[in-house]
Design a protein. Structure first.
Length: 263
């Protein structure tokens, strides 16, 4: 049953599959975001999208009609770059060209001491994967930006996410990946701290279309309110896959906002 637990101070909002799918906005999502802000609720956008740089993503959202500030977006891509810089890595980057620009100021010269894997369909071939495998055998760390099984490429078609490719490298090189995006607790904490709600996570909701990557792991451990939407990658009965009961499941983000406002 779709319910709303309590009034909120903040919302962590997934992007792809929740408020848009590729270049199409989910039903009434632009208006719903405005309605949410009008209630005085803090909003931060938390996404595992790694096909484009943060700047390109921001411009895309603006072009779709969403009103937001660049600093409100927290991406797993930026979290991966932060980790690379903190560790002084020289990474081999399995990323799409539109995302590589975010690492333009990072030393990427061999020998590599890290392999970074995001959603990179054009790089998931034997040549690139074998190059990554050899770097891992040479001692490089494996950094998985996230390990989603699949994503909604269009409104009607799912495509493989990077999770299977991260798993293949883990298996082949006998090495555990370091994960930086959702559902890692540290990733959510970055956005909570920015909203100054790190000490009261129970007053913050995470909204997404992936019951595991959006609403599992750190979202569950931190005690966030967790709401699933039946758009994007949602499949029938996904809510039953949650380790602990969700706070609600709604047909769309807009329907959830209406419930929040009424509540």
């Amino acid at each position: 049953m779709a319910t709303v637990r309590k009034a909120l101070k903040g919302v962590l909002l997934d992007l792809s599959g929740t408020i848009h799918i590729d270049n199409k906005v989910t039903p009434n999502a632009v208006e719903a975001l405005k309605k949410l802000r009008a209630e005085g609720i803090n909003v931060r956008f938390v996404t595992n999208s790694t096909k484009t740089s943060d700047e390109r993503l921001y411009k895309k959202l603006i072009s779709l009609g969403f009103e937001l500030e660049r600093k409100e977006i927290f991406t797993s891509l930026s979290a991966a770059k932060r980790l690379v810089l903190d560790r002084g890595c020289r990474p081999l980057l399995l990323l799409e060209d539109a995302a590589l620009e975010q690492f333009a100021d990072v030393d990427q010269s061999p020998p590599y001491n890290a392999v970074v894997v995001g959603l990179a369909p054009s790089k998931f071939d034997y040549e690139h994967m074998n190059c990554a495998f050899r770097a891992l055998l040479g001692g490089a760390d494996l950094i998985g930006i996230h390990r989603a099984k699949y994503y909604a490429q269009t409104e009607h078609h799912l495509s493989m996410g990077p999770g299977g490719f991260v798993a293949a490298l883990e298996y082949a090189a006998d090495k555990q990946a370091i994960l930086v995006g959702k559902p890692a607790k540290e990733f959510y904490q970055l956005a909570l701290a920015d909203m100054r709600l790190l000490e009261s996570p129970e007053s913050v909701a995470m909204i997404g279309d992936d019951v595991l990557a959006d609403l599992g792991g750190g979202a569950q451990d931190l005690g966030l309110q967790r709401y699933l939407v039946r758009t994007g990658k949602y499949r029938a009965n996904d809510e039953t896959k949650a380790q602990t009961p969700l706070d609600g499941t709604f047909d769309t983000f807009s329907d959830l906002v209406d419930a929040l406002v009424r509540g």
